[in-house]
Design a binder for this molecule. Structure first.
Ligand code: AMP
Length: 192
């Protein structure tokens, strides 16, 4: 199953994706993690991207599109994947659609984790402390929220218009949220 996971920063997308990997045995593809790895390795692209992610802005679409195409060309996506953090704007959503069409593996389902913004600010501040993520500094968090509202929120509408979107309530324990997502995916698999 090919799944696009959507939700604001701090909504638990990464955690949910990891839990789904265990249940479904398909790879978790996080563009944020790919960028952080590139920065850690000190590649030119990684360092260039870090300056952008540290401000909470989006890395340019062409860089992201190359990165995701390279990742989606590997053999381990044959049985599906969970995309986390991509697409992040409408141009990326259209480019992903075209790419998946070309690779003959269109998306099956988009899930949007729906959560109260106040809850998010609390979660992100906690995660920043635990992980020491420089892009989680408070000013950056505010900017990431603004970027999300302006650029990423329309992506959920994009999938809704194509009949692929399901909203999942993102509050409560992570196990409960995971159960909600799995039940959506089971229903989708049963009707496919
Ligand atoms: P994430 O771990 O998904 O929250 O991503 C961390 C940061 O990486 C984001 O705030 C962006 O700066 C950058 N990033 C991740 N995915 C994308 C993307 N699809 N397009 C542009 N920038 C991205």
């Amino acid at each position: 199953m090919r799944i696009v996971l959507l939700g604001p920063p701090g909504s638990g997308k990464g955690t949910q994706a990891s839990m789904l990997v265990e249940q479904m045995g398909i790879p978790h593809i996080s563009t944020g993690a790919l960028l952080r790895n590139a920065a850690k390795r000190g590649t030119a692209l990684g360092l260039q991207a870090k300056a952008i992610t540290d401000k909470g802005e989006l890395v340019p679409d062409d860089i992201m599109s190359d990165m995701i195409e390279e990742r989606l060309s590997r053999d381990d996506v044959a049985n599906g994947f969970i995309l986390d953090g991509y697409p992040r704007n409408l141009a990326q959503a259209r480019s992903l659609d075209a790419m998946l069409e070309r690779l003959n593996m269109p998306a099956d389902e988009a899930i949007h984790i729906d959560i109260d913004p106040e809850e998010l600010i609390k979660r992100i501040a906690k995660r920043a402390k635990e992980e020491g993520r420089t892009d989680d500094a408070v000013a950056t968090v505010r900017n990431r929220m603004r970027v999300y509202a302006e650029q990423t929120a329309p992506v959920a509408d994009y999938y809704a218009e194509r009949g692929l979107l399901t909203q999942v309530l993102g509050d409560g324990p992570k196990e409960e949220i995971s159960q909600r997502i799995l039940s959506v995916l089971n229903t989708q698999a049963a009707t496919a």
